[in-house]
Design a binder for this molecule. Structure first.
Ligand SMILES: [Fe+2]
Length: 251
């Protein structure tokens, strides 16, 4: 069945100009992967590690988004789609609801290996995309976006934004009696990963009420994060969030 065309997101879609990446940029990608891998191998959840293997990323070259999309789509129906950068939320939700992950194509330089204020290709591809191979996680993200796309109340969107932040961006999960990472903000950042491992961040059991009531901190290391027991838990939490926050407010 043909997919409905993207409307709000259309002005932001672009092709990745793979040939434009310089040898230095490929070297920065390789350095970023090398720096993160020792921790990720031990601390990423098993679904992330399986997903990373499925994507077949080259460790010494920047990723080709089309190749990733071709590997991802048969697996989970998700695709990576290059975009020009920051998108308004209507466009962002439209893409996620269509299982298209908007992916930046710019890469941080060597002077900011640890932190970029705006997400770059390392955050998006290394951090987020491996989880899109996982059916339940992918269904959660699509469902989340489909609900958000129907909301125009700023306060409700902000509260739902907290659910995204504490799952997709900074989610933790308990596996084999330990805390593991699945959120891209922890997966892709050495300092956020260290922050969790060194116990400088309080890790609480995932609780929807508490998540919806916890404001997001974007410009400092996280002080509190939430650990789920399974990915079914966040899908079910989204069903409850939809009922709780939206009730009969939307069609
Ligand atoms: Fe992100």
């Amino acid at each position: 069945m043909p997919e409905p065309p993207l409307v709000a997101a259309k002005p932001f879609l672009m092709e990745q100009d793979y040939g434009a990446y310089t040898p230095e940029q490929h070297a920065v990608w390789a350095e970023l992967v090398r720096r993160r891998w020792a921790q990720i191998e031990e601390w990423a959840c098993r679904e992330y590690l399986e997903g990373y293997g499925i994507l077949g990323l080259m460790e010494d070259r920047c990723p080709r988004l089309r190749e990733i999309a071709d590997r991802l789509e048969p697996r989970s129906g998700w695709r990576t789609q290059a975009v020009t950068g920051f998108m308004p939320h209507e466009a962002f939700f439209e893409m996620l609801a269509a299982r298209r992950f908007p992916t930046t194509t710019w890469l941080r330089d060597r002077t900011s290996l640890d932190y970029t204020p705006q997400p770059d290709m390392f955050h998006d591809v290394f951090g987020h995309v491996p989880m899109h191979t996982h059916k339940v996680f992918g269904d959660f993200v699509q469902y989340y976006a489909a609900v958000c796309a129907r909301v125009d109340d700023h306060d409700i969107l902000e509260r739902l934004g907290r659910l995204y932040w504490f799952t997709v961006e900074f989610g933790l999960i308990r596996q084999d009696g330990r805390i593991k990472f699945y959120g891209s903000g922890v997966i892709s950042s050495q300092s956020e990963g260290n922050n969790v491992i060194e116990g400088k961040c309080s890790v609480r059991d995932f609780d929807l009420e508490e998540v919806l009531n916890t404001p997001v901190k974007v410009d400092e290391l996280q002080k509190v994060l939430f650990a789920i027991e399974s990915f079914d838990q966040i899908y079910e939490a989204m069903q409850r969030a939809e009922r709780k926050l939206l009730g009969n407010k939307v069609a």
